[in-house]
Design a protein around this ligand. Structure first.
Ligand code: 2IT
Length: 452
């Protein structure tokens, strides 16, 4: 590996010792860039990697709100404006008790290269709070969102930074935040937030985009192997918005999700989650706030495996595994089970769902095809950028128009990843290919813009 990368990684470890998730993603991305760095000595002269791993700006703030008992509650808010070389900062807000600076920096770093892969004019950012939306009343969520935006509004704007949702932050939260933003700036500036309701400047298909786009990417992977999604059986983790999109699009294209997990275990439904009733029930389970996937097994009378993940299922039951929950869902133990199961396709969907050792191990399995989340899940942010475009021209596009663009963007991400890996002699390596394709776009823009 390039000495330059080694040196930058070592400095990064020293400077950010308490940030394991952030170090994990920096290591994963930088180690895959060796052939590009070797081919471009000018990057080292320009200290490009040192600049890329340092966020342009980190904003941390107090969020004080009143709960239903009239008590003051204090949370910590973040916005990391990571890299604006390609356009206004863009990326979601995560509301979850696990949120800390390491998690927001890891998500922000990933977002820079994901956003670059979409080919759209957006930089990368991420934000959020350690606020836990579970068990909160609607009024409490609204007051939290208003308090969060009361600080954040001065840092964002349609040409500056456009946040959207992530875990724990969906249409309802974006609506409350947009309302507060509009009151504070005194203008209808739709492009300052994406993931809005279609009635107030949102793009049709934004809610479906991440899950649908992941399946469009999967279709390209299968095509490369001379296969189609018809009849394929999927195991996924998670049952949030992204999982729901994967389930729906897979069913529409003739495949079926047969296993799905939550914090309590996983369900196995050999008939698949394919009917409208079952697919809608996934949404209801999420909205209930119970966080229990067992409810599905109880309702539809299928197997439930308490305390287990679906990664141990064999190739007699599953063809494709797609982690759709959260980071580090698949560790070395799970990866060994996945490799031993005989399944061929491991398609990451959630941001960084695989630990670095597990990812390396899976990449080493010659019978498997591995696809990385920053390419697979990029359609969510891509449709957010399309929402910004619609807002800028004060028009709404039809579902067909948006879907056509989604298809084209995902095909282009897949193709450019394949091309980049081949160009640097790496063969069919979708993981390194995506990192290189994203990196190259950001690197070109940064080099062109001079020192900053
Ligand atoms: O991880 C992601 O790409 C997102 N949370 C979506 C970001 C966005 O700006 O739509």
């Amino acid at each position: 590996m390039s000495k330059y990368i080694d040196r930058v990684l070592e400095e990064c470890r020293q400077k950010n010792a308490g940030e394991p998730e952030f170090l994990q993603t920096v290591e994963e991305v930088l180690t895959s860039l060796a052939p590009v760095i070797d081919a471009h000595p000018e990057y080292e002269e320009a200290s490009l990697l040192e600049r890329m791993i340092e966020p342009e700006r980190v904003i941390e703030f107090r969020v004080t709100w009143l709960d239903d008992q009239g008590k003051y509650q204090v949370n910590r808010g973040y916005r990391v404006q990571y890299n604006g070389a390609l356009g206004p900062y863009k990326g979601g807000l995560r509301f979850h008790p696990s949120v800390n600076l390491s998690i927001i920096k890891f998500l922000g770093f990933e977002q820079v290269y994901k956003d670059a892969l979409t080919g759209l004019p957006i930089g990368g950012a991420k934000g959020g709070s350690d606020f836990d939306p579970r068990g909160k009343s609607d009024g409490e969520v609204m007051r939290f969102c208003q308090a969060y935006m009361t600080e954040l509004y001065r840092h964002i704007g349609q040409d500056i930074d456009c946040p959207a949702g992530d875990l724990g932050c969906g249409g309802r939260e974006i609506g409350y935040m947009y309302g507060q933003y509009r009151r504070l700036v005194g203008a209808s500036e739709f492009g300052a937030l994406s993931g809005k309701a279609v009635s107030t400047g949102g793009s049709i298909m934004r809610a479906e985009a991440t899950g649908f786009g992941s399946v469009y990417y999967l279709v390209e992977v299968l095509k490369h192997e001379g296969e189609t999604i018809e009849g394929k059986r999927l195991a996924i983790s998670g049952f949030g918005n992204v999982a729901w999109g994967v389930i729906r699009k897979t069913a529409e294209l003739g495949g079926k999700v047969v296993a799905m997990s939550g914090p309590d275990g996983y369900i196995y439904d050999p008939d698949g989650i394919t009917t409208d009733e079952k697919i809608d029930y996934v949404l209801q389970m999420r909205a209930s706030g119970r966080d229990k996937v067992q409810d599905y097994a109880d309702k539809f009378g299928c197997e439930f495996h308490a305390g287990e993940k679906p990664w141990g299922l064999g190739s007699d039951k599953v063809d494709i595994m797609m982690p759709c929950a959260t980071q580090n869902d698949v560790n070395m133990d799970s990866a060994k089970k996945i490799a031993a199961s005989g399944i061929k396709y491991y398609i990451e969907v959630a941001n960084m769902p695989t630990t670095n050792d597990a990812l390396e191990f899976l990449k080493g399995q010659k019978h498997m095809v591995i696809a990385p989340s920053k390419a697979v899940n990029a359609c969510g942010v891509a449709v957010s950028a399309l929402e910004m475009a619609q807002n800028a021209e004060r028009l709404y596009w039809t579902a067909e128009e948006v879907d056509e663009k989604m298809h084209a963007i995902m095909k282009n991400i897949y193709n450019s990843s394949v091309e980049c890996a081949e160009r640097y002699g790496l063969g069919y390596d979708l993981v390194a290919g995506a990192n290189i394709a994203g990196f190259q776009k950001v690197a070109d823009a940064m080099m062109a813009q001079g020192i900053f």
